[in-house]
Design a protein. Structure first.
Length: 214
């Protein structure tokens, strides 16, 4: 499952931002944290709206996409020696065909677009401003190269009446809009993964959000 942005909501009490440390990696160096990143992705994506029944083996295979991309980027958050949050990005040209497809169909130049992968945080660390930091770090990384014109990410589209949708679930549309991103219904992919407690892959619609870089 190519990495989508995911839920960042209100925190649980007692976490001090001053206790957190940060790690930035690019390209092949991202391999050094594959195990931690794979485990974090599986834990966070297990919840709604992704409901992802993941495996470390699949995750590490997918993450090779980032290791192979010279300009890929990882920004990770640690509490002590535990990775508690992470976000990734890479040029769209280096992403998988299913991510590239809607942009090619729409006539975009892939070499001018930077794709943002997951923004994932364990529940206790949400609401501390890390969601904004994730976007700022990725946008700064893309801008440093001087020729990318757009950043984008995708999010799963689930039915409003999905039986596993929590009663207090709040989508991130307002947060993303405040960051300057616009939902573009004309840009859609289908990603496949097994839902929670299932073994067979099923297709899910993914909608893209885009922002022009300054």
């Amino acid at each position: 499952m190519p990495a989508p942005d995911t839920l960042i909501t209100s925190p649980l009490p007692s976490i001090s931002p001053s206790s957190l440390t940060f790690l930035k990696l690019t390209g092949l160096a991202i391999q050094t944290v594959f195990d931690e990143l794979a485990a974090l992705r599986i834990a966070v994506f297990y919840d709604f709206p992704y409901l992802y029944e993941g495996s470390v083996e699949y995750e590490k295979t997918y993450l090779e996409t980032y290791a192979r991309a010279e300009r890929s980027f990882l920004f990770a958050v640690y509490d002590g020696d535990r990775m508690v949050g992470a976000t990734t990005a890479l040029p769209l040209r280096d992403e998988t065909a299913e991510v590239q497809a809607p942009f090619l169909k729409a006539g975009y130049d892939l070499d001018t677009i930077f794709y943002f992968g997951e923004s994932i945080l364990l529940p206790a660390y949400r609401g501390l401003g890390l969601g904004h930091q994730f976007f700022s770090e990725r946008e700064a990384h893309a801008q440093q190269f001087g020729h990318y014109k757009m950043t984008c990410f995708c999010a799963v589209k689930r039915p409003a009446d999905h039986p596993l949708r929590p009663a207090d679930y709040q989508p991130l549309d307002n947060f993303w809009t405040k960051r300057g991103y616009q939902r573009d219904e004309s840009l859609q992919s289908e990603f496949v993964w097994p839902d929670r407690n299932e073994t067979l892959d099923t297709a899910k619609p993914m909608i893209y959000w885009t922002r022009l870089l300054p």
